[in-house]
Design a protein around this ligand. Structure first.
Ligand SMILES: [Mg+2]
Length: 215
């Protein structure tokens, strides 16, 4: 069994939702934005954020700051606010010590996802990163999994695991890429989708499964 594991980032290794809330609060305060703009941002960024959202924010509310400036401010605030729990970092370190290759395959803009990996301390624990913004291809597209494997210096033909919270993107996409899968419960499971190999409540349980599978 090959020791290759790909992880999703948001909602799997890192808690995007609480970071988002803090970052939006800080951004609005720093720019003295009205409550309507804050509400707008919270709704628009709930699933994902990219530079274009800030161009629209600027237009809708007639802001003076440039869109790239607002986006950069948001990226910096998110990178500062996002956290990865110490037990998750320790789990990944244990995988590495057991000769696992670890990749991150994430839907999101390249700059913010990498800033988050650096801000959480995850960057030094992973061998390679594929962000959907790198190729404008999103999970479950197999090509993003291929990119993730290539960035780790491995091939999907070697097999491995995909761990994530999104049924279609992570688990469906992982299956299509020929990987075994571990789902982090939380979202509704779509009826038509093939079941994951394992389902867990916490990413540390997924890491324990990986470590015991190869003992
Ligand atoms: Mg996710």
């Amino acid at each position: 069994m090959s020791r290759i594991a790909f992880f999703d980032l948001d909602g799997t290794l890192a808690d995007r939702q609480s970071a988002l809330s803090d970052a939006v609060t800080s951004l609005c305060r720093a720019n003295a934005l009205p409550p309507e703009a804050e509400q707008w941002l919270r709704a628009e960024l709930v699933d994902r954020a990219n530079a274009a959202d800030f161009a629209r924010l600027r237009e809708v509310f007639g802001l003076e700051a440039s869109a790239p400036q607002l986006w950069q401010e948001y990226v910096d605030l998110m990178a500062a606010a996002v956290t990865c729990r110490p037990e998750v970092l320790e789990g990944l370190a244990r995988l590495r010590a057991a000769a696992w290759t670890i990749g991150v395959i994430t839907n999101g803009a390249s700059d913010i996802q990498r800033a988050k990996l650096a801000g959480t301390g995850l960057a030094s624990l992973v061998d390679g990163v594929a962000a959907s913004g790198d190729l404008e291809i999103r999970k479950p597209d197999r090509r993003l999994f291929e990119l993730g494997a290539a960035r780790c210096g491995v091939s999907l033909a070697d097999g491995g695991w995909m761990i994530g919270d999104n049924p279609v993107g992570d688990i469906g996409g992982g299956h299509q890429a020929g990987l075994r899968t571990i789902w982090l419960r939380g979202r509704p499971w779509p009826d038509e989708l093939a079941a994951p190999h394992h389902a867990v409540d916490d990413v540390t349980d997924a890491i324990t499964i990986l470590l015991t599978e190869t003992e």
